[in-house]
Design a protein around this ligand. Structure first.
Ligand code: FIX
Ligand code: ZN
Length: 450
């Protein structure tokens, strides 16, 4: 038991210091630092999916899906959007930027966001944290020096190195099977993802975002389906999901949905709601697989920025509530992109045990908002949520995404444990480690129902 004298804790909290609270804080920070995390959502791939940058290995694959190294870090779509704030398109037309090599794009971003302005945005700071944690010195500001270091790394071994530094136990992929490049890699090499470091997730956005277009593709792929949801189309849709759940060995299935997405209930005859009710949720209930909904991304408001051109919009939590109520045999993971949706979503999770809130997604994955959202969720949900996912698109990003989030989550937990310690209820180190394991691993594993 950590000896925290109630009075000292009370006094300490009132700001007159308290050696005991320091002890408690040290135990919490150690527990958070040492707990391996099962990363709930990333866009990462093993080297078997090919890599445009082969480092010390042979055989770079320009269309490869494993992204890593300093040039990928610098050309992250967050930074592409940021550089177009300081070098507008009239100075560098978008197509000219996209015609540049990855290295030239990285040079452009390094010059304008790191050298000519202080790299204080979260995405810029992330590059520096990653370099520093890899043992490179950001003070050198020597991009070519950093490149030489990365060029000496073997991609497959480097995955282990990054997972070790970030203390990530398992990486959950996002297998976007409507993406031709990815789908072909699965079809041409079924064991392409046989790598225990990575877990598969079936991502199938078009089926819920645009059924008519999805039905055309399903038909091309041997799943005859029409715009109207006749019995044959429903069966095809279900067969498609079952086949790909098996192919990617999905631990859950996921979509992102626009802010306008609505589910009005069992009488809602709009095509998207019918697809949800008649194809998607029945298959997931049958396969006992949770369904992750990432809601609030308005895609390509500036298509010239490609992945950097998406933005946020206010979404409807009541549609999630209706699904949880109407489908009690389905389990739902949910994260929302808009800051303004976070409170209502956390309250909704208090009402439905089949709803698990996760992560500070994308535009709320910033220190001030991670703190706000995590603090509110602990106050409303205790230890029964998944505080974060990395959403890493570049392998090395695991390092900074978790480094920054662990610190912020620890800050919240230190305050929350101090509050209960002030009452005399002092958690033991084991209890703190148990709670931290819930946040970083067990809640996910339990909700997956493994
Ligand atoms: O829909 C998603 O999974 C989003 O996370 C991505 O599409 C987005 O581009 C991203 O990288 C956010 O961090
Ligand atoms: Zn994502």
């Amino acid at each position: 038991m950590i000896a925290v004298d109630k009075q000292a804790a009370g006094k300490a909290r009132d700001g007159v210091g308290g050696r005991n609270l320091d002890t408690l804080a040290a135990v919490v920070r150690k527990a958070v630092r040492e707990q391996p995390v099962w990363d709930f959502h990333t866009h990462l791939y093993p080297a078997t999916f090919g890599t445009p940058f082969s480092g010390s290995a042979k055989g770079a694959d320009p269309a490869g899906l494993m992204l890593w190294g300093v040039d990928e870090l610098l050309t992250y779509h967050y930074l592409v959007a940021e550089v177009y704030r300081v070098v507008p398109a009239r100075s560098l037309p978008y197509d000219a930027f996209w015609r540049m090599s990855k290295r030239e794009q990285a040079d452009h971003i390094w010059k304008h966001l790191f050298l000519e302005r202080s790299p204080i945005s979260e995405a810029c700071r992330g590059v520096l944290t990653t370099l520093e944690r890899l043992g490179l010195d950001p003070a050198d500001r020597d991009l070519d020096g950093y490149r030489r270091w990365f060029a000496a790394q073997d991609p497959d071994a480097y995955i282990d190195r990054v997972m070790e530094i970030a203390n990530v136990s398992r990486i959950t992929m996002t297998n976007a099977v409507f993406d031709d490049n990815e789908r072909q890699r699965w079809l041409s090499r079924p064991q392409v993802a046989d790598d225990s470091r990575f877990a598969g997730v079936l991502r199938f956005d078009p089926i819920l975002r645009d059924w008519p277009a999805a039905a055309k593709r399903l038909t091309e792929w041997g799943y005859p389906a029409g715009e109207s949801l006749d019995v044959k189309s429903v069966e095809s849709g279900k067969r498609f999901l079952r086949d790909w759940i098996d192919r990617v060995k999905a631990i859950y299935c996921a979509v992102s949905l626009p802010p306008e997405w609505r589910y009005e209930g069992e009488d809602d005859q709009r095509i998207g709601s019918q697809v949800m009710r008649r194809i998607v949720l029945p298959v997931f209930a049958e396969r006992d697989l949770p369904f992750a909904m990432m809601i609030g991304s308005r895609l390509r408001v500036n298509p010239e920025l490609r992945d950097g051109g998406d933005m946020v919009g206010l979404a409807d939590v009541q549609s999630v509530v209706r699904l949880c109520r109407e489908f009690p045999n389905n389990r739902f993971f949910c994260t929302m992109l808009a800051r303004e949706n976070q409170h209502e979503l956390a309250v909704a999770a208090r009402k439905f045990g089949n709803l698990m809130v996760f992560g500070c997604w994308w535009f709320v994955n910033n220190p001030s908002l991670i703190d706000e959202i995590t603090r509110m969720r602990v106050e409303l949900l205790g230890t029964s949520f998944i505080p974060q996912h990395s959403d890493a698109r570049v392998l090395d990003q695991l390092i900074y995404k978790w480094d920054h989030s662990r610190e912020l989550i620890a800050n919240v937990l230190v305050d929350k444990y101090a509050d209960i310690a002030a009452t005399g209820w002092t958690p033991s180190e084991e209890e703190i480690r148990r709670d931290v394991r819930l946040f970083f691993h067990q809640n996910m594993e339990d909700f997956l129902g493994d």
